[in-house]
Design a protein around this ligand. Structure first.
Ligand SMILES: Nc1ncnc2c1ncn2[C@@H]1O[C@H](COP(=O)(O)OP(=O)(O)OP(=O)(O)O)[C@@H](O)[C@H]1O
Length: 312
């Protein structure tokens, strides 16, 4: 379980105004030890700008950032020594091997070369580390970038949309790898994303950012809820609908004219619901589950205010 008592990253009232335009406004949150914290928001919400402030690439207009207990403004070197970060894409030399890239970086950052073997094992690149980076898949490059970020033994890893451009297998692999880093090695991970499902599968807690402001922060299950929209094709539909309506966990339903019944219910109750229908001699032809999207969540949180979802 993530420990909440000692924040590795502490952010208070962070704001950024560029040419009189407020891009990030009064953002506060904490990331605990070994916690995977998702920073979720649509394109243009202010995620990269926030991350750039967290690692001192740009100066906040207002607010405070503490990393490992050190203030980023007043104790920059101590604070930044606790962070490994990849903003946008990892910077790698394609014609050098993975190992040569790490050696170069270790030399520049004055890190003992003995550490290279450890991080290569950590990111599971041992077998390919002596091949040129240009022969690596995007997922492997991403892992090499993470290896580079891990060289200085950071307490906190910051990743900006790390799954961008990866195929589904690469995304799964990276997700498992990030979880392992947090669970096994106790590293806190701050990861930005615009994909709700991805954050749901990977993160312990999440902050949702929209138009530069935090909409909500909390455990992902609490924010998203466990309600899915499940589509049933059943026969006879009217009697089937009565059975569905009688179930205590069915909160809402719709019956469009095309033979489907749309039910808001927890996805884990599908098997139980199916049995209830079959027990009452209802034929079940098809069941489909629709996961809520980030847009649905914004609509839910803002009570359907259109502007909240207009630019998703
Ligand atoms: N230096 C800058 N000058 C002016 N506007 C900027 C600057 N940097 C970012 N912005 C604007 O601030 C908004 C937030 O940008 P940011 O890159 O932080 O969003 P994001 O959530 O990371 O989105 P994406 O996923 O598309 O990168 C955007 O509208 C962007 O155009």
């Amino acid at each position: 379980m993530a420990k909440q008592n000692k924040p590795v990253l502490y952010v208070e009232g962070l704001s950024k105004t560029i040419r009189r335009r407020t891009i990030v406004q009064d953002i506060s949150f904490e990331v605990g030890e070994g916690e995977i914290f998702g920073f979720l928001g649509p394109n243009g919400a202010g995620k990269t700008t926030t991350i750039r402030m967290l690692v001192g690439l740009i100066r906040p207009s207002k607010g405070k950032v503490k990393i490992g207990g050190y203030d980023l403004q007043t104790d920059f070197l101590k604070a930044i020594s606790h962070v490994g970060c990849i903003v946008e894409n990892p910077e790698l030399y394609p014609y050098l091997t993975g190992r040569e890239n790490l050696e170069l970086f270790a030399r520049m950052a004055r890190i003992d070369h003995a550490r290279i073997r450890e991080v290569v094992e950590q990111v599971e690149l041992t077998e390919r580390i002596d091949d040129p980076v240009k022969t690596y898949s995007l997922g492997m490059r991403q892992r090499l970038g993470i290896a580079q970020a891990l060289l200085g033994k950071p307490k906190l890893l910051i990743l900006d949309e790390p799954t961008n451009g990866l195929d589904p297998a690469g995304i799964r692999e990276l997700r498992a790898f990030i979880r392992k880093l947090a669970r096994k090695d106790g590293i806190s991970v701050f990861v930005s994303s615009h994909i709700l499902h991805e954050v749901q599968l990977m993160c312990d807690r999440v902050a949702i950012i929209h138009q530069g402001k935090l909409v909500q922060t909390g455990p992902i299950g609490e924010l998203v809820g466990d309600q899915s929209m499940v589509e049933w094709k059943i026969e006879p539909a009217d009697r089937g609908l009565k059975v569905l309506q009688s179930l205590p966990y069915v909160t809402r339903w719709e019956q469009p004219d095309d033979g489907r019944i749309l039910v808001h219910m927890p996805a884990e109750k599908i098997a139980e619901t199916n049995r209830s229908l079959v027990d009452k001699q209802i034929l079940v032809h098809e069941i489909r589950t629709h996961r809520p999207t980030l847009e649905d969540i914004f609509l839910q949180m803002t009570g359907g205010v259109e502007s909240a979802a207009s630019d998703l």
